[in-house]
Design a protein around this ligand. Sequence first.
Ligand code: NAP
Length: 289
Amino acid sequence: MSSISSKTKVYSVIGHPVSQSFSPKIHNYLFEKYGIDAVYVSYDVDPDHVGEAINGIRHLGIMGTNVTIPHKIEVMKYLDEIDEKAKLFGAVNTIKNVDGKLYGYNTDGTGLTKSLKDASGETMDGKKVLIIGAGGACRSIAIQLAIENAASIEIVNRSIEKAQSIVDTINEHFDTKAIATSKVITQKDIDDVDVLINTTPIGMGTDESPIDTSLVPPKNMIIADAVYKPHETAFIKWGLKHDLKIAYGIQMLINQGVHSFSIWTGVTPTLEDTQNILKIFLEEQKENK
Ligand code: NAP
């Protein structure tokens, strides 16, 4: 970003609102690190003008765009081709512009599973998974876990219909055995679980936990929280107290960005890159306190 010229390529994120997005920090770090003449900016797009914004991306030659809330579903109708996985997720978070043709992808699920693998050194093959919450984040995470051959996935949500719809997609397309429930999680429910994931907003800016923190997890359990503000949620603190392997919400965010970067540039960033980006995030949090 040090010398912008007429050759500098533009990448972006669209959302509404978008000023809080950490994505510019992720991508501008990576462009500089890999000597790519490009800059990443954010655009706040009104929900009534998503089609015009996508046409702008096409005709201004914006090379790639991340899509965040609330546009991940709406953008799909304006794209030329959508990757099979993004179709199953029912949402696009990454657009690649190849000579005016727009391709849609979704890296939210791999963002979380990469974080789980980095935290544990284990694959998700054969794992028994319990996911709390059944919104957009759960959908991409649960389907990605099925793609990676998890043995079973239970989705617990206060409204069972949303969980059931994700479970139906998994049972229709994969060998993973999925079930939907709506219940208060008890000790018995977690005794046999390998991976426990929170995909509700519970804990965002509060000290609430999505499960009863007096429960005792199995000692090899891996946990992940989609919430990343604060960095150490009450759920993460519970995991720390029991010495579990932990994937933080910010790692999911960084890894989905890193995967988008690979789709756009063909470059695969290193674990050291993600650790450096995490440091930038933690510094920023300290300054904003
Ligand atoms: P969403 O589509 O609105 O879904 C939220 C889910 O949480 C729904 O299933 C909802 O239940 C449940 N829920 C919400 N409040 C609840 C409460 N008080 N008690 C019990 N359940 C509750 O949201 P999303 O897009 O999936 O995002 C969920 C969270 O993940 C947000 O905090 C978001 O910021 C975070 N996220 C993080 C990343 C990352 O990269 N780290 C990526 C995506 C999302 P109902 O179905 O009953 O309404």
